[in-house]
Design a protein around this ligand. Structure first.
Ligand SMILES: Nc1ncnc2c1ncn2[C@@H]1O[C@H](COP(=O)(O)OP(=O)(O)OP(=O)(O)O)[C@@H](O)[C@H]1O
Ligand SMILES: CC(C)(CO)[C@@H](O)C(=O)NCCC(=O)O
Ligand SMILES: [K+]
Length: 249
């Protein structure tokens, strides 16, 4: 079995898969290294043969997690590294090392699945869009605050915006004009994300006409699905690219 890890800025997504057929044995989302180790250790009958990881955290944090996994589960952790080219995709950044590895792996994974031009949008702590042309050229992309960052900026920098997580969730049963603070903020931020998605799709259409695939990933992808008709929602898109970057067989 193989342990796969996607370390984002707020959460670590993990799963354990069978080495030969990639059948998923278990997985989850945790907010700390300790919680990750505890959850993986709780899975029954797990015999890890290896581990692979993508991280957008600092080198120190990434190394600490790698060491903890090696220490607790006895496997070496392979990490994905920046590349100028992989699986037919050419990195479009002037300095390829600067492109976030989560974006790169999602783009490579999407191009592998689409076998053609694709627009990849990832809605996590940050919202990201990346463009890969039909010939595999990555054209670059966009980064803006995602739902958690927009919401926390408003809460932090205003005095009268205060509400709890439970009311935030209730506020999103509709997107009509908000009639309370929580509704106004939560719905306003969702409309920002949806507007971001629509603008990216317009841009893809201007570049490629109708000939492209749209991929949505990240924890908040469901919030923008209605704005991207025909998009493929692939929650584990980064893992698709990760398996290509770190083959363990
Ligand atoms: N089970 C879940 N656990 C945690 N967050 C979730 C879950 N389901 C949906 N979300 C939402 O997903 C968002 C976080 O997305 P994601 O886990 O993709 O972020 P991240 O990987 O930490 O960020 P980034 O990829 O930008 O570094 C949060 O806004 C959260 O509300
Ligand atoms: C944008 C984030 C934070 C999203 O996780 C990550 O991809 C990252 O740290 N990227 C480096 C900056 C860049 O991609 O240009
Ligand atoms: K991520």
């Amino acid at each position: 079995m193989i342990l796969e890890l996607d370390c984002g800025n707020s959460f670590i997504k993990w799963r354990v898969i069978h080495a030969d057929d990639a059948i998923i044995v278990g997985g989850g989302i945790v907010d700390s290294d300790q919680a990750l180790i505890a959850q993986v250790a709780k899975l029954p009958n797990v015999h890890l043969r290896g581990a692979r990881m993508v991280s957008v955290r600092s080198e120190e944090e990434t190394d600490a997690l790698m060491r903890a996994i090696t220490c607790d589960f006895g496997v070496i952790v392979q990490t994905a590294h920046p590349a100028t080219e992989m699986a037919g995709v050419r990195n479009g950044y002037t300095d390829h090392q600067r492109l976030g590895m989560d974006r790169w792996l999602a783009a490579v994974g999407a191009f592998h699945l689409a076998k053609g031009a694709c627009l990849v949008m990832d809605f996590g702590t940050a919202a990201k869009a990346d463009f890969v042309a039909a010939d595999g050229q990555h054209l670059g992309g966009y980064i803006c605050p995602g739902m958690p960052l927009m919401r926390s900026q408003l809460r932090t920098h205003t005095r009268r915006i205060r509400y709890d997580d439970a009311s935030a969730e209730r506020a999103l049963t509709s997107l009509l004009p908000g009639r309370s603070t929580v509704e106004a903020v939560e719905r306003g931020c969702v409309l920002m994300l949806q507007g971001f998605a629509r603008t990216q799709i317009d841009q893809a259409r201007a570049l490629w006409g109708g000939e492209f695939s749209i991929f949505l990933t990240g924890g908040d992808a469901p919030l923008v699905e209605v704005s991207a008709p025909g998009a493929r929602v692939v929650p584990d898109l980064v893992f698709v690219g990760l398996a290509m970057a770190c083959p363990l067989n």
